[in-house]
Design a protein around this ligand. Sequence first.
Ligand code: ADP
Ligand code: MG
Length: 409
Amino acid sequence: MRLIVQKFGGTSVADQERRNMVVNKIEFAKKKDYYPVVVVSAIGRSGDPYATDTLINLAKSVGIEPNPREMDLLMSCGEVISCVVLANTLKKMGYECKVLTGGQAGIITDENYGDAEVLKVEPSNILDCIEKNIIPIIAGFQGMTEEGNITTLGRGGSDVTASIIGEAINAEIIEIYTDVDGVMTADPAIVPDAQVMSTIFYNEIFQMAEYGAKVIHPRAVEIAMRSNIPLLIKSTLTENTGTLITNYDKSRRYRYDKNDQLITAIAQIGNRTQFRISFDGSADQYEKDTLLFNIIAAENISIDMINIYSDLKIFIVDSINGSKLENILKSQGYNFTAIPNCTKVTIIGNKMRGMPGVMAKMIEGLSESNIDILQTSDSHTTISCLIKSENTNAAVNALHKKFELGKTK
Ligand code: ADP
Ligand code: MG
């Protein structure tokens, strides 16, 4: 049997008109002889009555810090509501279907509430539905511990649900339906001229996701990649073909097409705070220097863009941890400055590996728009620049133009 996982994001199930479009996509898969296994997110976005953020705010409005186990219980409701409404829509059209929570779908996680990791999937309930010709409608973003506690998988976790289920039932393909036509050369909310890519490799979309392109969760890419199941990202609202994500084509591994772009895409991640910690070389300072990274690690704060010099250490953190880290460094007597409201802008492309001049072109693109670069970092296939967040739109658009990712390519 040809199994397909179809995941529908929050905006795709936001109102009845869109839910009817979702039904069209499910019907289309059936017409093509696929057996659909459906995963859905909570209805709508922040502010909508049943959206995850709305539920969080409701619980917090009481004025005490909510318990993580109970927060997950609450947050898991959004997807359940969405599933039941979509199931009713399908039933009205004459399809038999059955709603499953993450736990009922067999997703077993650890106890890390709010950001739980999937330990295993026992898909017997899903397979049972398929055998009886009933479409399973699975609540995304959630799982269950061995003890039966409901957990959630972190922001964008419904994508992870889709991939982990696709892997467990050995689906032929995993479709991620969203509100844009596919993976684009930059966030279309920032770059009006961003172009949809017809294909992209797993490692490139993984990096895009890791560096802030929220069109798919990086973990979902990782899971699909390890089981070599193609991912197709497309719009619920149009008939466009979307972006197919696959493995390297072996014949292209060493030789690139002359039409290949040096850069595949640009991503950005905001809400970063840069820390610059200086040392004068005295005995007391020497001890502080050697302890610094242990202190940060002990607080479970993850750091990024790390530059180490004998008299200066520079790195960035998620601004959520900014003031906590400031207080710790202050109390330990470190000499530092913290620069909040920074954004990390990254260019990504397999072809830049070993190519000279990419960094120069990036810096040139930014300086032509008078954008200051606070820091840089790079890997074989990425280069990131840290800038002030107020320059994000200008920077991403400038780089998109500089690397000719728009229509004129
Ligand atoms: P869903 O609710 O369907 O999961 P998300 O909001 O999580 O949707 O992801 C879709 C959004 O991702 C788009 O509306 C778009 O603004 C954003 N996005 C960021 N970078 C990209 C990119 N490179 N290509 C496409 N979309 C992107
Ligand atoms: Mg998403």
